[in-house]
Design a binder for this molecule. Structure first.
Ligand SMILES: Nc1nc2c(ncn2[C@@H]2O[C@H](COP(=O)(O)OP(=O)(O)OP(=O)(O)O)[C@@H](O)[C@H]2O)c(=O)[nH]1
Ligand SMILES: [Mg+2]
Length: 313
């Protein structure tokens, strides 16, 4: 508040040089403020609820979510701002046995994200047996320093949850937390433990910033989220999205499919499916947005490194 008042006072006097100096000092102050801050990465098999948990902790939608595995394809950062605390949560793609170039790329992205962070959390699903896939992920992180988060506690029976906590106890991880990203159960306890491990450090992001995802990338993700919700079988995995024009309020987003036969399924009868996708996305954008969706066949894009590069994967 005092800063705002000082800024108003300097502006009132209209001494531009003073104003500039004030801005520089304020910026220096901002970045020299020492808080508890650091980075936390969520890793795990696809569909265990990593993105849902990042969204729940940050209190806003940072990452898209779907009931289909392999939803997240890039590293997404969400910032939690607490009292004298800033924790940057890194959401990662679910680690799986890859069958395409895309699969290899997203796995590599996830594994790269566990280095240079303060805490790694391995997420597992409370309702699915702890399997070889989960163990593979555990073997590729420093498990003795990691937290194991057993998610979806709301969905599991008491026996299931206890059984899962017992199954993961053999990992000899640093700590174990049963949580529900959906209801928020157990999330404050997890957050408290994470915050206590953050070292003293700078505010990495301004206080009003919750993610560094660019607007165009976010809109493309929202389009993909809507498509994932309605498309079936293999089609969700064949779809990619990219915003190719941004002339606010007009936004053009291309939807890539791998084969001609998939194009019609994405457009829907009389364009109905595409229309409803556009409406659902527009509802999540600032008022006045006009979103144009175009379906493009890009044969076998998942297998082409240069295409993956262009799509930001
Ligand atoms: N019941 C219940 N469902 C959950 C919970 N957390 C996530 N889900 C559901 O699980 C599904 C997968 O959630 P995501 O957050 O997309 O999972 P993810 O681990 O990010 O998946 P990938 O991005 O594919 O790796 C969605 O349908 C979520 O609504 C939870 O705590 N309880
Ligand atoms: Mg995800």
């Amino acid at each position: 508040m005092r800063q705002v008042w000082q800024m108003a006072e300097v502006m009132r006097r209209a001494h531009f040089k003073d104003f500039l100096m004030f801005c520089i000092v304020s910026l220096k102050y901002h970045y020299s403020v020492v808080v508890r801050s650091g980075f936390v990465t969520f890793v795990g098999r696809p569909n265990v609820g990593k993105s849902t948990l990042v969204n729940a902790i940050c209190g806003v939608k940072i990452s898209i979510v779907s009931n289909k595995p392999q939803t997240t394809r890039t590293r997404i950062r969400g910032v939690y701002h607490g009292e004298d605390t800033q924790v940057v949560f890194v959401d990662t793609p679910g680690i799986h046995k890859p069958v395409t170039h895309l699969g290899e790329r997203v796995n590599a992205t996830a594994l790269e994200s566990v280095t240079d962070v303060d805490v790694v959390c391995l997420l597992v699903d409370a309702c699915k047996p702890f399997g070889r896939g989960d163990q593979w992920v555990a073997d590729h992180i420093d498990i003795s320093k990691a937290f194991v988060v057993v998610n979806k506690s709301d969905k599991a029976t008491r026996e299931q949850l206890l059984g899962q906590l017992q199954a993961v106890s053999v990992l000899n991880a640093a700590e174990y937390f049963p949580v529900s990203a959906r209801t928020g159960d157990g999330v404050p306890q997890l957050l408290k433990a994470l915050v206590s491990l953050m070292p003293e450090g700078p505010m990495y992001y301004p206080a009003d910033m919750v993610t560094d995802t660019e607007d165009a990338q976010w809109v493309a993700e929202l389009v993909r989220e809507q498509l994932l919700a309605v498309l079936k079988d293999e089609l969700p995995y064949s779809v990619a999205t990219k915003v190719t024009e941004w002339e606010w309020p007009r936004v053009r987003c291309e939807i890539y499919v791998e084969r001609e036969s998939q194009k019609g399924m994405v457009i829907g009868k009389g364009g109905e499916l595409l229309k409803s996708v556009g409406q659902a996305v527009r509802a999540q954008m600032p008022e006045g947005a006009f979103i144009e969706l175009h379906v493009v066949v890009d044969k076998d894009w998942q297998q082409k490194p240069e295409r993956l590069e262009r799509l930001g994967y």
